[in-house]
Design a protein around this ligand. Structure first.
Ligand SMILES: Nc1ncnc2c1ncn2[C@@H]1O[C@H](COP(=O)(O)OP(=O)(O)OP(=O)(O)O)[C@@H](O)[C@H]1O
Length: 346
């Protein structure tokens, strides 16, 4: 079941220069986000990610295209009905956006005040959420008495207060250190698994996608250039932008710089073998590679665990008789993808 459906979404802003073409922040995006998924949107600064988020929660109108949230076309709704849609979408931010003049309980209760919840219901919900995010002892503390990770926990509790169906997280961990990031991502995972929310995670960090997303879309210059299941995107990135993101955390086929360095120490034939635990029997690959007369040394890469499945790019230096090396490569090629690296001496 689709929770958020986007068809040919375009968002243009008028240029600040008179007479100049408008700025196209989002340029023909189509995406389906399934109910209960954690969906990542990754891109460099200026790719259009934050604009896309503002369109999903109807903070800004689209220039053209259709966005359906849980079956309702929000591009057609009058402002009076958009309020209801917005209460079904919680949002957390990089800079937390808490009210410094309100204590933790006051921050969490704020959306319920706006939606006119009765006081008793507000109080019990605040208590429940404080427990859920692990801040039961901080109800009376003020934001400037909290660490970054605690502030984001308050942000998450506030976003959940009106029991939304969707949580939008815009660079929610970008201001946090690695350990705190990990704790906040664990909490988001609980929000998804225990409360059943669909989560859209906007980030420029592939690590965040790897940790919690099941699906990902890669954005560049307002367009989605690649999308799919996280495992497939990590194991077989197609678009250059995706390959750059993946290479930040997964050592794949060595790039030009790595190859030049490897070449200074390894003069044999360099091959990268791509293995995927479900499709490739690794012991058989190694047996074929190490046929008598061929020596193999692992010089780059390794195995990776993504979405509970493993794959790897293993670069070997092969030495021995030329004919035997060619035969070993031919044998391995029958059962796994083998790339002979440019600049190899054979
Ligand atoms: N209100 C606006 N008026 C004019 N141009 C805008 C506006 N908002 C965004 N843009 C432009 O649209 C493009 C996409 O911006 P957006 O903030 O969505 O990207 P992003 O991927 O979220 O990047 P960042 O992570 O840096 O925020 C940029 O070129 C930006 O300058």
């Amino acid at each position: 079941m689709v929770m958020i459906s986007m068809r040919d979404i375009v968002k243009e802003y008028p240029s600040s220069k008179r007479g100049a073409e408008p700025i196209r922040a989002v340029d023909g995006v189509s995406l389906d986000i399934q109910k209960g998924n954690v969906f990542g949107v990754i891109g460099y600064s200026g790719a259009g990610k934050s604009t896309l988020v503002r369109l999903i929660n109807a903070l800004e109108p689209t220039t053209s295209g259709v966005i359906e949230v849980d079956g309702t076309d929000i591009t057609e709704l009058p402002e009076s009905q958009l309020q209801k849609v917005r209460t079904e979408i919680g949002m957390i931010f990089q800079q937390f956006n808490l009210f410094n003049s309100r204590n933790v309980a006051g921050n969490i209760a704020f959306p319920m005040n706006v939606a006119n919840y009765p006081k008793e219901q507000r109080d019990s919900r605040v208590e429940e959420l404080l427990n859920f995010v692990g801040l039961a002892d901080k109800a009376r503390a003020y934001p400037d008495q909290l660490s970054g990770g605690q502030k984001q926990r308050v942000g998450i509790a506030r976003a959940l207060s009106t029991s939304p169906k969707i949580l939008l997280a815009d660079e929610a961990t970008s201001a946090l250190d690695p350990q705190t990031t990990s704790d906040v991502l664990d909490l988001l995972q609980r929000v998804n698994r225990e409360l059943g929310l669909t989560i859209v995670v906007i980030t420029h960090e592939m690590d965040v996608i790897k940790r919690i997303a099941s699906h990902v879309a890669v954005m560049e210059k307002g367009k989605v250039v690649e999308q799919g299941e996280v495992f497939d995107i990590f194991a077989h990135p197609q678009h250059p932008a995706t390959q750059r993101f993946v290479s930040t955390i997964i050592p794949g086929v060595p790039g030009d710089r790595e190859l030049t360095e490897l070449r200074t120490r390894h003069t044999g034939t360099l091959v990268t073998i791509t293995v995927n635990d479900e499709q490739t029997a690794q012991p058989e690959v190694l047996r074929r590679l190490l046929a008598p007369g061929t020596n193999a040394q692992l010089v780059y890469g390794g195995m990776n665990e993504v979405s509970g499945r493993s794959f790897g790019h293993l670069t070997f230096e092969l030495t021995g008789e030329d004919a035997q090396i060619r035969e070993s490569i031919a044998q391995v090629s029958q059962i796994a993808q083998v790339t002979t690296l440019e600049g190899a001496s054979h």
